[in-house]
Design a protein around this ligand. Structure first.
Ligand code: AMP
Ligand code: ZN
Length: 467
C-alpha cells in the first residue's frame, strides 16, 4: 500500500516496523463540546485506514487520545460553574455516542492527558536534563533551536518560523519559537504537582507521552488534520526525538479540511454543524458516506445537496443489500444461471479495483465507486424473475466484505442485533395480518418506518431495506 507521507512529501510504499503489525496514533478531540463535521473527517478517515489494514491481515494497535485539560475545557467549566473533569467526562461520553453512530470503531486505547501526568513529567524531565528544555518561574519551555531538524515536517526553515513567531503576554520564553511543555498553575485552575511546582501539561507534550507509553518510541503512522501539522505535530516530533534519540513516527498522514462555503469549518469561526445535529437531519450513515466520497487529502465542501446525494446513494446500496439478503432466503434452490456466474466473475474485478484504490493512498472515492459498480450488476441480476439462493448468498457476502471495510451500508457489524429485531417486527406484522389485525400491522409498519426501514410486500414474502 502506498501512503502520502507529509514528512517526505511523497507517496511511499508502507512498510511497518514489525511485519504484520501497525502502530497508529491519531490526535483526538479536545473535549469541551460536541464534535463537528470537520472534526469527524479525521475520525472517520483514519478509522477506514485502520479497518483496511485489518482487512489486509495486519494486527493494528490504534491510539486516539482525549485532550481533557486545556484553556477551552477550563473556560467551559468556569462558564458552567463546574470543574474541568465534569466537562471532559460529559463530552467524552458524547464523543462515543456520535462515534458509534458514525460507525467509528473504538480505538485500542483512548488515553486522556490527565491520566498520564506522570509520563508527561517524565519526558519533560528528560528534555530538561538533555538541555532541550528550561524552566522559568514554574513554566517549562522547549528550546526549539536545540533540535536541528525543527521544521522538517512542515518544511519550513527555522528562520522563517522565527519571523512568524510571537511571545504571548505572560510567556517568558528565551526565543519566540520555543513552546510550552509545562505551564505553572494559575489561581483557580486545576493543577498537578511536578518538579517545577504545581502546574499542568502543555498540549503538544501529551501526544508525545501517550504515543510512547502505548506504542513505543518509534511508531508507524501518526495522523490528524492538516491544521495540526504545524505547530502541534512539528512539536511532537521535536519532543519525542530529542527525548529518545530515535525517529518518532515513520509516516505522517494529514487530512485536508472539510469546508463550508470554501472556508474551513471550525468552532472558532462559528461556521460549524455538529455531527449530532446533522445526523438528526441526514442520519449518521449519510455523514460517513459523504466523507468517503472524497479522497482524504482533497478539500471537501459540506452542503445540504452533498449530504442529500450521499443519503440517496446510500439508499441504493441498502436496497441492493436488502435484495440479496431477501433472496438468500427466498430465491431459487437450483444452480446458478449464466448471468449470475458472469456477475460473480465481476466480483473479482471489483474487489481488485477496490484494493487497488485503497492501496493508492487510501482513495476511498474510487473504492466506493468499485462497490457501486458491483451494486449496479447485482441490481440487474436481482431484477430477473428468478434468482438463485446461491447467487444471492455470494453477492451478499461480497457486498458485506467491502462495505465492512468502509463501514457503510448494512455492514455486518451493525447487523447482528439490529437485523434480528427488524426481522422479528416483520414477522410480528405478518402474524398480525394473518390474524386480520390490520391496526397492529400498520402500527408495526409505522414503527419500522420511524427507523427508516422500508417494507415491500412481494409474492415470495416481505423484503426490507434501510431508507
Ligand atoms: P480539535 O478537537 O480541534 O483538536 O480537532 C480534532 C481533529 O479534527 C484534529 O485532527 C483536527 O485537525 C481536525 N479538524 C478540525 N477542523 C477540521 C476541518 N474543518 N476539516 C478537517 N479536519 C478538521
Ligand atoms: Zn496530538
Amino acid at each position: 500500500m502506498k501512503l502520502y507521507n507529509t514528512l517526505t512529501r511523497k507517496k511511499e510504499e508502507f512498510v511497518p516496523l514489525e511485519p504484520g503489525e501497525v502502530k497508529m496514533y491519531s490526535c483526538g478531540p479536545t473535549v469541551y463540546n460536541f464534535f463537528h463535521i470537520g472534526n469527524a473527517r479525521p475520525f472517520i478517515m483514519f478509522d477506514v485506514l485502520r479497518r483496511y489494514f485489518e482487512y489486509r491481515g495486519y494486527k493494528v494497535t490504534f491510539v486516539q487520545n482525549f485532550t481533557d485539560i486545556d484553556d477551552k475545557v477550563i473556560k467551559k467549566a468556569n462558564e458552567e460553574n463546574t470543574t474541568y473533569d465534569v466537562i471532559a467526562e460529559r463530552y467524552i461520553k458524547e464523543y462515543f455516542t456520535d462515534a458509534r453512530g458514525l460507525g467509528i470503531h473504538e480505538a485500542s486505547v483512548h488515553p486522556r492527558a490527565t491520566e498520564n501526568i506522570a509520563e508527561i513529567i517524565d519526558i519533560v524531565k528528560t528534555l530538561e536534563e538533555k538541555g532541550h528544555a528550561y524552566e522559568v518561574n514554574g513554566d517549562v519551555y522547549f528550546r526549539a533551536r536545540s533540535f536541528k531538524e525543527y521544521g522538517k515536517l512542515s518544511h519550513q526553515p527555522i528562520d522563517e518560523l522565527e519571523s512568524g513567531a510571537r511571545i504571548a503576554v505572560g510567556e517568558q520564553k528565551e526565543d519566540p519559537i520555543d513552546f510550552a511543555l509545562w505551564k505553572a498553575a494559575k489561581p483557580g485552575e486545576p493543577s498537578w504537582d511536578s518538579p517545577w511546582g504545581k502546574g499542568r501539561p502543555g498540549w503538544h507534550i501529551e501526544c508525545s507521552a501517550m504515543a510512547r507509553k502505548y506504542l513505543g518510541e518509534t511508531i508507524d503512522i501518526h495522523s490528524g488534520g492538516i491544521d495540526l501539522c504545524f505547530p502541534h505535530h512539528e512539536n511532537e516530533i521535536a519532543q519525542s526525538e530529542c527525548c529518545s534519540g530515535k525517529p518518532f513516527a515513520r509516516y505522517w498522514l494529514h487530512n485536508a479540511f472539510l469546508n463550508i462555503d470554501n472556508q474551513k469549518m471550525s468552532k472558532s469561526l462559528g461556521n460549524f454543524f455538529t455531527v449530532r445535529d446533522a445526523a438528526k437531519v441526514y442520519g449518521y450513515d449519510a455523514i460517513r458516506f459523504f466523507m468517503l466520497s472524497a479522497h482524504y487529502r482533497s478539500p471537501l465542501n459540506y452542503s445540504q445537496e452533498s449530504l442529500s446525494q450521499a443519503k440517496s446513494a446510500l439508499a441504493r446500496l441498502n436496497a441492493a443489500l436488502g435484495s440479496v439478503r431477501f433472496l438468500k432466503e427466498n430465491g431459487n434452490d437450483g444452480g446458478e444461471t449464466e448471468a449470475e456466474k458472469r456477475s460473480e466473475e465481476g466480483f473479482e474485478t471489483y474487489r481488485r479495483k477496490f484494493c487497488e484504490s485503497m492501496d493508492d493512498d487510501m482513495n476511498t472515492a474510487d473504492a466506493v465507486a468499485a462497490v457501486f459498480e458491483a451494486v449496479r450488476d447485482i441490481n440487474t441480476v436481482c431484477a430477473e424473475k428468478t434468482v438463485t439462493k446461491a447467487y444471492a448468498e455470494k453477492a451478499d457476502a461480497f457486498l458485506n466484505e467491502l462495505c465492512g471495510v468502509l463501514g457503510i451500508g448494512d455492514a455486518p457489524e451493525k447487523k447482528d442485533g439490529a437485523d434480528a429485531e427488524i426481522e422479528k417486527l416483520i414477522a410480528d406484522r405478518q402474524a398480525a395480518r394473518k390474524a386480520k389485525d390490520f391496526k397492529e400491522a400498520d402500527r408495526i409498519r409505522d414503527l419500522l418506518k420511524e427507523q427508516d426501514i422500508i417494507l415491500e410486500d412481494t409474492p415470495q414474502g416481505v423484503k426490507w431495506h434501510k431508507a
